[in-house]
Structures are given as structure tokens and as C-alpha cells.
Design a protein around this ligand. Sequence first.
Ligand code: C2E
Ligand code: MG
Ligand code: MG
Length: 725
Amino acid sequence: MLSAALAVVLVGYRRRYRAALRERMNTAELIENLHEGIYRSSLEGRQLAANRSLVRLNGYDSEAEMLASVDDIGKEWYVEPNRRAEFRDILQRRGKVEDFVSEIYRHKTRERIWITESARIVHDSGTGKPLYYEGSVHEITETVKRLQLEEQFQKLTSQLPGGLFQFKRASDGSYSVQYLSSGFQRIMGLAEDTRLLTTAEFSSFVIQEDKAAYFRSLVASRRTLTAWDHEFRARTPGGELKWLRLIAKPEQDGGAITWHGYLMDVSARKSQAVEIEKLAYYDSLTGLPNRRMLIDRIATALASAQKRGRAGALLFIDLDNFKNLNDSQGHHVGDRYLMQVAVRLRECAGEHGMVSRMGGDEFVIMLEDLADGLPGGSERALAVAEKTLSALRTTFVLGPVHHRGSASIGVVAFDGRESGPEEPIRRADIAMYEAKGGGRNGISLFDPASLEQESQRFRLLNDLRVAISGGQLTLHFQPQVDRDGRVCGAEALLRWRHPELGDIPPGVFIPLAEHCGLILEIGDFVLARGVAALAGWQRRPETAHLRLALNISVQSFANATFVPGLVGLVRKHGVDASCLTLEFAENVMARNHERTAASMAELKKLGIRFSLDDFGTGYSSLVHLKKLPFDELKIDGGFVADIETRESDRALVRTILAMATTLGLTAVAEHVEDDKQRIFLHLFGCEVFQGLLYSSALPEEEFIAFAIARNDPPGTEKAERRLQA
Ligand code: C2E
Ligand code: MG
Ligand code: MG
């Protein structure tokens, strides 16, 4: 009985044992086949068990291989060395860890992957002591990579200076916007949550004038499936006008096309381009078109004049005495004057005339469609020139300075038969010179005969080059006489004997040489010849006291080699430089007073004197005298000529002489031609006299003879006569 009962119990046990065993095996199999990696590890970090997923996750083929390879999970598994400590810390505190994301090494291959793991501590049911950890691991590398990519993309699109977009043309021809980055909204000044749904909404921002081209380029990209690259202007909803450029690549997908593209704000570049064009074609001070633009426009005007048989004209305007204003009142006043001149010229030129600035104080007005032929064109152009001249004569208020200006205007008509745009400009320029030559403040119509004069000037220039190297230039010496009538020195004056044309006065060739730079060579010649002559005089007792004045062009003086060159000559010849005077023409004094003063100071150390020539003709006489260390002034011959007949000139000369005394300057009168002039000058205190009354400029030998004869020692018959004179 008992054994039967026992047998029943045993059978019951065995059944339950088998059921339990089966269940355990089922569970183990289940765990083994789970997608999730499952493990058990010791508290110290040794791997105790792992299911197949985890074995594979770690790159192993069997659990045994893996368990044999892993020594310390903390050190070998995590990319971040202290990640295991953090994991254990959470476990200790909370008894479990959930969704703990870490980057780890696939144990066998050392490839870096991302996982998320959960774990718990398993305790002894009896003692409550922690026994081991149990947990699950899930690889999430793909997800992390995707998230990282998304984040990168997000960053990229928000950091890019432009905006990304995608839009699609469906096979039915309708367009829709697929994607716009935040950069796109930023460029267009759209609120962040604005979603453009159709491309029509975007196109509505394109300004009217640019719409046709915008759509044409889009259609071309669709038809040819080539990149859409287009620049246009758009007005943002906030009203701002922007230059935009979009570049998009079309991708065909069945009957639909998707454009993937990029939108940029190119306003800055565009406005720079506009600025550059402005610099290239406009004058920055007055904003008027410059010479380059004028030439372009004349070319067009010539073509249209010929086509329509209507004459046009150019007015070449040169402001008189601008340089003097600039020098005496400063450049800001000069600039102001030029700007106001520009305004007046625009008014005179009218709506259809174009005013341009050639540079400096030269302007050109181009008039078109004036009359049927050249004579009619000239007549109408002259009328505009008259109007312009009187506009420029009206007083200009330049801040505190009130300036009464004048101008010279050359006029030439054109009918399109000219050789090119340069020709009428040159003709108008020649006419302007004619106007200037005929006393300032005039108008001159181009005369073909003056072309001949112009070419003569050109020929003369070539001959001058030959003259300098060929020894055709000589220095003559015009005596200067003191109050007792004794020759005290000479002014050296250049003479050019042209082999065919005979004597050419320096008043003709010096300005020409100054204009084309030849003056530097001429200046070198004058210095070398002059200092050598002075050295010769100083070697003879009867001429040792004579002074010598040399005329110096400002261009020569401004040249860096001038001072050392002259110092070298003085040393070489061993001359007493206190007998040397340098004359500067008053109306061409340098602007840069500081540099001029420094060079003058340098030469003054040698004893060299400075004289201001033609005093009283220019604007800035007093400015120069005040700012620069002159020793002498030469009263302009023009005042001397009428000293006898004109009260005003007499008063002026007297004032100049008084001023010279006050300033401690020697006064020299030039162009003294008769005795009455001499007497007046003598009376007013003038110290040195020069002019035809005594002698014209003489070759050196003749001058020496003249000086010796005139300066005969006192007591001789000649000397007595001289004193009585
Ligand atoms: P400037 O320096 O004022 O020279 C005086 C001019 O007056 C000279 O003319 C001289 O011949 C002339 N002259 C002399 N006495 C009388 C007179 O009684 N009545 C009149 N009406 N004129 C008289 P020139 O020689 O024709 O020289 C003209 C200008 O050419 C000079 O004016 C000077 O500016 C320039 N020049 C002459 N030689 C040189 C030179 O070597 N270097 C430079 N840079 N310029 C020179
Ligand atoms: Mg002189
Ligand atoms: Mg003079």
C-alpha cells in the first residue's frame, strides 16, 4: 500500500520535475534565440553567460569563445573608459538600469558600435547578498547614425549661408514645393513656420522686370534636364529688394521632375559690381560720366547722327584759374566748386545733353540731334555755350569763399562722318585752347585751320627733343642793375635757334616742354650751364660780385634729383652759392608747400636765394610769400608798363614795394623799358631793375663786356656820366 502510494508520489514528482526541466529548457532556448542580447556577468565584470545574439553582437561564433576572451567588461567594452562605472553607479543606486546608451567595441573585431542596455542585480533569496548582474543589450548603431546624420543635416541647412530647396513638377504639370530649409526662409525674410506650398508662391516674389527671364530659364532646365542656374531680383514680403541666385539640378522620375537646389543672396556681389561699373564709368567727385563713358556715348551718337542725318556737338569746357583757387583756398573748396560746376552744366545741357568730366577742371557736354547739317548744329551748340558761359560766371558760394569763376569753351559739331569718337574730342579740345589763347573767358568754334597749328606744335615738340641733345639751346643773360645803375647780376634766359624756323621764344617752347616732361632735361641743362657760368665770373675780380638768377620750373624743383643735383654742381664748381638765385614763376607754384619748403631750406643752407617771379599776376602770391622762405620778388612787367599812365598800376606797384620792405624782401622790377618807368620805380624804393632800358638778354661774352664797361670804377668819365643819368 505504502509502496503503491509512494510510487504515485514519485511518479507525480517525476512528472513535475520533467515539466520543470522542459520549461527550463524552453526558457533557455527562448533566451538563446532572442533577438536581444542577454547576459549574466559577475559583479567584478566577468562575463558568465551570454545568448547567441550577444555572442554575435560581440563578433564571436560561440559562447565559449566569447567567455574565454572577455576578461573585464568595463575596460574592454566601452569606448568611454568610465562608462562602466556610471552604469554600476546607477545599478547600485536604483537596483536596475534601463536604456543605457553607450558606444562600445564589438569585442572581437574592435569595431565601434552603439548599444542600449538594461540590467538588474540578482540577489541571494536567502541572504539578500548581490550575486551577479543580468541584463539585455540591443544594438542601435543604425539608429544613432541616422540621428547623427539628421543632426548634421539640420546643422548644415541652418548654418549654410544659402537655403536648400526641393520642388517637383508632377506629370500633370503642377508644381509643388517638397522641402525648404530654414536658410531659405531666412533669405526670403519669411517667418520660420511659413511653408510655401506651390512654386507660384515663390515666383510671386520675383520682381516684374525679371519674371520673364526667370521662367524662361526654368523651362529651359526642364526641357534639357540641365542645371537651372539663374540670377534675378526678388522683393521679400518685408519689401526688401534682393539679388538672388539659384542653382538646381533636375532629376527625372517617370513623368515627374524634381529639382534639388540651393538659393543664395548675391546682393552684395551685385552691388559691388554696380559700384565697380560706377568707378569705371563715372567720376567719383561729381558723379558725372567720365571720359571712358563719354567715348562710348560719342561712338553711339556718331552712328545715330549719320543714320538720321542730324548733327550733334561737343562743348569742351575748361575752367579758368582753377588751379589757383585750389592752391590758395584748399582742395575742399576746389572740390566744392567742381561739384557746383557739374550741377550748373547739367542744367545748361538740358535733359538730352550729356555732361561728363574729363578730369581736373575739364568737362565735356555732348548734345545730340541739334539740326540737319553741321552749320545748323554749330549755331545751336554755340547758343548752349553762351548760356553755359554765363552760368559759370555767376558767383559760386563755396562755404565762406565767394568765387567768381570763368571758363573757356571749345565747340565742335559732328555729323557721324568723323573717324571715331576721339576726333571730335580732340577738335573740341583744340577749339578750347583757341578760346583760352584769345584771352580767357571765351568761346571758340573749331576751325580746321587750328588743326594745322596743332600739328605744328607737335612738330615743334619733336624738334625740341633734337634741340636739347643737339646743342641748339643756349643761355643768354639779361643784366640786372642796382639803384646806382651798376650791373649787379643777370637773369639767365633760354634761347633756342631752330635750324629752319629761327629763334623760338621760351614763352612758346617752355610750356610745351613742361606739358610733355621734356622740361626736366631742359632744367638740368640750365642748371649745369648757369652754375658753370657763375663759377667763371667768380674767378675774375671785375665780375666776381655778379649774381645770377635761374628760372626754375616747378616740375624740375619737385623732382627728387633736383636738390642733390644742384648741391653737386655747386660743390663741383666751388661757387659761392650766395650769388645764385632761383626764380619760380608765381602762377605755377607747387601745391605741396611742405615739401617745397623743405627743399628750399636745404638749399638755403648753401646760401642760395629764392625769388618769386611775375609777382602780382596770380591769385596766390601772398600765400606763397607767407608759407615759403623767399628772399626776393619780381614785380610783373605788366604793372611796370603802365606805371606812368595808370594810377591803379602805380598804386599797386607802390603797395608791392612797401610790402616787400615790410617783409624784408628785395624787390626787382622787370620790363623796365624807359627812363620814366625807372624814375617812378626808383622813387618808390625799388632796388633792382631789369629790362630793355639797359639791355636785352645777351650771349655770355657780350654780357660780361656790358657789365665791365658799365661798372667802370668810379672817377672814370663813363662812371661820371652814368651817375649823372
Ligand atoms: P620771365 O622769367 O619773366 O623772363 C622775363 C621775360 O621778359 C623774358 O622773356 C625777357 O626776354 C623779357 N623781357 C626782358 N626785358 C623786357 C622788357 O623790357 N620788356 C618786355 N616786354 N619784355 C622783356 P623770354 O626770354 O621770352 O622768357 C619768357 C619766359 O620764359 C620767362 O619769363 C620764363 O618764365 C621762361 N623762361 C625763360 N628761360 C627759362 C629757363 O631757363 N627756364 C625756365 N624754366 N623758364 C624760362
Ligand atoms: Mg624770370
Ligand atoms: Mg618775369
